[in-house]
Design a protein around this ligand. Structure first.
Ligand SMILES: Nc1nc2c(ncn2[C@@H]2O[C@H](COP(=O)(O)OP(=O)(O)OP(=O)(O)O)[C@@H](O)[C@H]2O)c(=O)[nH]1
Ligand SMILES: [Mg+2]
Ligand SMILES: [Zn+2]
Length: 405
C-alpha cells in the first residue's frame, strides 16, 4: 500500500490532553496507572488496515489515520532499547519501541530517555516506532562522559529529584553539592535524602552539614532497611508526580524504591566490604508506578559526574548564601579571592561561612566557565566545518558550470 496517509500533527495530540503541561502530568500519569487496563485492539487496527487497503482512497485514509500517531511515555531504557506505555485513552499497554530512521539520525546525541513523552506509531503487536520526542518540561542532565562537549540527558519530565546519600562511607558534601547543582539546572525540585540512618556516626553533624549545602532545600534522614523516615518521602509522591532517585552506587536507591513500592521491583546489591562502595547493581533506568498514584524512576549510580550547567543561575541558587553575601562586596564583579571589601572573605574569616563551601563554589565556577569555553569552541568548529562544506559546494558548482558552458 503506497498511498500517502496524512499524519496526525501534534495538534491532535494536544486534543487528547497532553499538549498542556498541567494536563500532561495528571493525564499521563493516570494513563500509566492504567497499565493493567485492557489493551486497545491492536489486532483490530492491523486488521482494519488490511481490510481497507483495497478500498477507496477516502476510506483507507480515514481508517488508518485513527491508529496513525499516538502519544506515550518512555518507561524503560537500556542500551538503546526503549519501552513505552501508550497514552491514548483506551491504552496503557506496554510496547517495545525503536526510533524512526529520521529520529535516529536527528537525535543521535539526544535520544528519548525515561520520562519522555513521545509520539509513536504501532507496528506489529507490542511493537512501536517512536516518531517524535515532545518538548521536555524538566531534565536531569550531566556532561556526557569522556571528552565530549555535550549534555547527556538522563531522565526527563521529573518533578522531584531525590538525591540519595548514605550516612556511611558514602557521605560526601562536595559530591552532594555537584548533584544539587545538576538537579537545579534542569528545573526539577531537589530533595536531599540521607539514607542508612542505622549506620550514621554523627547524625547531628552530618545533618547540619547537609543542610548548609542544601541551602534551603528539604533534608530527609531515612533508613531504607527498616523504613524509618520513609513516610516523609511519600509526602512528595502525590498522584501525578514523577520522582527520580539519583546518588552513588550502593547509596540505597533501589532499596528505597522497593520500600515505597511496597514490593521488590528492583534488584538490590550489597556494597563491597573493602571500601563500602556499591557494585552498580542497577544498570538501567526504569519508571515504576506506585499504588499512591506517584511515579518513581530508579537510576544506576553514576560513575562520572560533571554537572551540565547553562548560565550561572543554578550556581547562585546552589550557593545562595554566597550569592547573598556577594551583594555586600565592594566590587560588583568581586571574585572573592583577595579583593578589598569582600563580604564573602570576611564571612569566612569570622567563621560565618565554611571555607570548604567557598572553595567548592570557586571550583565549580571554574568548571562551568571551562565547560562554556569548550562549548563555544565546539560551536565555532562546527560552524567552520559547515562553512567549509558550503564553499566546496560553491566551487564544485562553478567547476561544473564551466564544464557545461
Ligand atoms: N544498613 C543499611 N543498609 C542499607 C540501607 N539501605 C540500603 N542498604 C543496603 O545497601 C546496599 C545497596 O543498596 P541498593 O539499593 O542496591 O543501592 P543502589 O543505590 O540502588 O545501588 P546501584 O543500583 O548500584 O546504583 C544493599 O545491600 C542494601 O541492603 C539502610 O538504610 N541501612
Ligand atoms: Mg540500584
Ligand atoms: Zn567578594
Amino acid at each position: 500500500m503506497k498511498k500517502r496517509i496524512p499524519r496526525r500533527r501534534r495538534g491532535t495530540a494536544k486534543n487528547n490532553g497532553l499538549g498542556t503541561r498541567s494536563n500532561e502530568r495528571c493525564l499521563a500519569d493516570r494513563r500509566l496507572q492504567e497499565t493493567n487496563a485492557k489493551p486497545p485492539a491492536i489486532g483490530t487496527a492491523a486488521a482494519t488496515m488490511e481490510a481497507t487497503s483495497g478500498g477507496t482512497d477516502d476510506h483507507t485514509t480515514v481508517e488508518m489515520d485513527v491508529t496513525r500517531e499516538e502519544t506515550g511515555r518512555v518507561v524503560f531504557e537500556s542500551r538503546g532499547v526503549c519501552r513505552i506505555v501508550a497514552g491514548e485513552a483506551a491504552g496503557g499497554d506496554l510496547l517495545t519501541a525503536e526510533l524512526s530512521g529520521s529520529l535516529r539520525h536527528h537525535r543521535a546525541e539526544d535520544p528519548p530517555v525515561v520520562g519522555d513523552w513521545v509520539t509513536f506509531s504501532r507496528r506489529e503487536e507490542n511493537r512501536a516506532t517512536i516518531l517524535e520526542v515532545l518538548p521536555r518540561r524538566t531534565v536531569l542532565g550531566r556532561k556526557a562522559a569522556g571528552g565530549e562537549t555535550r549534555r547527556q540527558v538522563l531522565v526527563a519530565n521529573v518533578d522531584v529529584v531525590f538525591v540519595v546519600m548514605g550516612l556511611d562511607n558514602d557521605f560526601n558534601l562536595r559530591r552532594l553539592e555537584r548533584y544539587l547543582l545538576m538537579v537545579r539546572s534542569g528545573g526539577a525540585e531537589p530533595v536531599v535524602v540521607l539514607n542508612k540512618l542505622d549506620l550514621a556516626e554523627d547524625l547531628a553533624e552530618q545533618r547540619m552539614g547537609s543542610q548548609e549545602v542544601a541551602a534551603g532545600l528539604a533534608v530527609v534522614p531515612v533508613c531504607a532497611l527498616d523504613g524509618r523516615g520513609v513516610v516523609a518521602l511519600e509526602s512528595y509522591l502525590g498522584p501525578g508526580v514523577t520522582a527520580v532517585f539519583v546518588g552513588s552506587s550502593g547509596a540505597g536507591k533501589s532499596t528505597l524504591v522497593n520500600r515505597l513500592a511496597g514490593r521488590e521491583v528492583m534488584r538490590t546489591g550489597a556494597v563491597r566490604t573493602s571500601d563500602e562502595r556499591g557494585r552498580h547493581t542497577t544498570t538501567h533506568r526504569e519508571l515504576i508506578s506506585l499504588p499512591s498514584g506517584g511515579l518513581l524512576i530508579d537510576t544506576p549510580g553514576l560513575r562520572e559526574l560533571e554537572p551540565w550547567i547553562e548560565g550561572d543561575e543554578a550556581l547562585d541558587q546552589a550557593f545562595d548564601e554566597i550569592a547573598e553575601l556577594s551583594t555586600s562586596c565592594r566590587f560588583r564583579d568581586c571574585g572573592h579571592v583577595s579583593e578589598p571589601g569582600c563580604a564573602v572573605l570576611e564571612a569566612v574569616q569570622t567563621g560565618v561561612l565554611d571555607p570548604a563551601r567557598l572553595e567548592a563554589f570557586r571550583r565549580l565556577g571554574r568548571e562551568i566557565a571551562a565547560q562554556e569555553r569548550r562549548r563555544d569552541e565546539a560551536t565555532r568548529r562546527k560552524a567552520e566545518r559547515r562553512q567549509g562544506a558550503e564553499y566546496r559546494r560553491i566551487i564544485d558548482g562553478k567547476k561544473l558550470n564551466r564544464g557545461i558552458n
